[in-house]
Design a protein around this ligand. Structure first.
Ligand code: PGA
Length: 220
């Protein structure tokens, strides 16, 4: 069986009390039979609570950051650097289409972020929405997230996603794992994860509900 990666991208959602409710519910489920890599990507403000509850409850999920500064420590107002992220996280998302669109991220800044993440020993999930987008060297995990599928309830077909994940791997020999993202639900997840070239999923909306996210993990 493949080692699947199931990632939950919370985007700009949840307060600390909502996070506690999510974790209380999520950690009450049975994970004994599950050997998948589970990661959630909460907002920076929630890291402390998530880490705290995961220490006091059973540690079953890893924490990831949704972004990283393209600079190191220093006079870079508003930025959160790799060393600060590493205190809480094992992973970071780089190149999500919403960051590319709303923060106007370009390839120069994405490349710098990749360098910073590597320097801080963070694993990267690098997001692209097509095979034509550049993937920096040293990236091992890529999430393919077609724009039409993000938050729309209209996922790509597993066949199409599988073909594109294969193309991504063929074109970038350093890429070892490809995830699919875009309107993943408990009902459609297995269609994706049962495909040869899909090594997991990046879940947005459905990861906000602990029951749905658990069901996705179970069904994957
Ligand atoms: P969605 O988001 O599951 O809500 O479509 C996926 C993502 O943006 O990572």
């Amino acid at each position: 069986m493949k080692d699947l990666i199931i990632a939950g991208n919370w985007k700009s959602n949840k307060t600390t009390s909502e996070t506690k409710e999510w974790l209380d519910k999520f950690t009450s489920f049975d994970f004994n039979f599950i050997n998948k890599k589970i990661i959630i990507f909460p907002s920076f403000t929630l890291f402390f609570s998530v880490q705290f509850y995961l220490l006091t409850l059973k540690s079953i999920i890893e924490i990831g950051a949704q972004d990283i500064s393209s600079f190191g420590e220093g006079a870079y107002t508003s930025m959160i650097n790799g060393k600060q992220i590493k205190e809480f996280c094992s992973m970071v998302l780089i190149g999500h289409s919403e960051a590319r669109e709303y923060l106007k991220e370009d390839q120069v800044s994405l490349d710098q972020k990749v360098k910073q993440a590597i320097a801080s020993n963070l694993e990267i999930i690098y997001c692209v929405s097509s095979v034509d987008q550049e993937i920096p060297e040293n990236i091992h995990i890529v999430a393919y997230e077609p724009l039409f599928a993000i938050g729309t309830g209209k996922p790509d077909t597993p066949e199409d996603a599988n073909r594109i994940c294969q193309e991504l791997k063929n074109k970038n020999i350093h890429v070892k794992y490809t995830l699919y993202g875009g309107s993943v639900t408990p009902d459609n997840v297995n269609g994706f994860t049962s495909k040869n070239n899909i090594d997991g999923v990046l879940v947005g909306g459905a990861s906000l509900d602990p029951q749905l996210f658990y069901q996705i993990i179970k069904n994957a």
